[in-house]
Design a protein around this ligand. Structure first.
Ligand code: PGA
Length: 259
């Protein structure tokens, strides 16, 4: 089953307006056709509208992605961002349930599920981040990915829309760290995740869902990670801040497109 790789930079709470422009300008005309490799940048809400307008004007294939969203389309939720409003301004997707949101902002599997449903309802691609919440640091240890997180997050997903979701597997200890797990651990986790998606939906749907790896991805390890059969993309934090690094990992995805 051919799945189009999806390379996403997660800028978190980094970059000011001028740096955002600098980055977009630096990658102009250098991104692959989205039928080969899809690319996206997740940025702070405050920049999203301008980024969408810029990319549309330049006819660039870069997807513009939010880092969080509220589950209600409208209402009295001071300080939250509506999924309908994100969709209305042309945002393409949203990261849901990133480990930093689960840990620092008390995001639960239940609210992640509501947000996934809200994203799909509004035509936004949900990138569902799942993480093993462990302080253990043992890159060689093969363990089960957090299947409860997946099952609860996907409980309300209609089978007809399930192939639109993206799963980002990010071991908590590898986020913001200096080392990614071994390739055996990454591929094993992705394989188990795909098997659980087949149980939740069907094998056919599971074979279409993209699984990204995230956590200490760099231009030095991206190609090897992307070569794993069940890995279909990357969710990249720090290494996505520099345009040349981002492009290098996008080009790795082009070079390793699987048949
Ligand atoms: P990192 O972050 O690449 O800086 O480890 C990844 C993430 O948090 O998505």
């Amino acid at each position: 089953m051919k799945r189009t790789p999806f390379i996403v930079g997660n800028w978190k709470t980094n970059k000011q307006a001028a740096e955002v422009h600098h980055f977009l300008h630096a990658i102009e005309g250098k991104l692959p056709d989205p039928s080969v490799v899809q690319t996206g940048i997740a940025a702070q809400d405050i920049f999203l509208h301008e980024m969408v307008i810029y990319e549309e004007q330049m006819e660039e294939p870069l997807q513009i992605i939010a880092e969080n969203v509220h589950w209600a389309d409208e209402g009295s939720y001071t300080g939250e961002t509506s999924p309908a409003a994100l969709s209305d301004i042309g945002v393409n997707g949203v990261i849901v349930g990133h480990y930093e949101r689960r840990k620092m902002f008390k995001e639960t599997n239940g609210t992640v599920g509501l947000k996934v449903a809200a994203a799909l309802r509004n035509g936004l691609t949900p990138i569902i981040a799942i993480a093993e919440d462990t302080t253990r640091y043992n890159p060689d240890d093969i363990e089960m990915p957090p299947l409860t997180e997946i099952a609860v997050a996907l409980a309300g997903v209609d089978r007809a829309k399930a192939d639109q979701i993206v799963i980002a597997y990010e071991p908590a200890w590898a986020i913001g760290a200096s080392e990614a797990p071994t390739m055996e651990v990454i591929e094993h986790a992705a394989r188990v995740i795909r098997a659980s998606l087949a149980i939740l939906f069907t094998q056919e749907v599971a074979d279409k869902i993209r699984i990204q790896y995230g956590g200490s991805v760099t231009p030095a390890n991206a190609a090897e990670i992307l070569a794993q059969p069940n890995i279909d993309g990357l969710l990249i934090g720090r290494a996505s801040l520099e345009p040349d690094d981002f492009l290098s990992m996008v080009n790795d995805a082009v070079a390793t497109t699987k048949s």
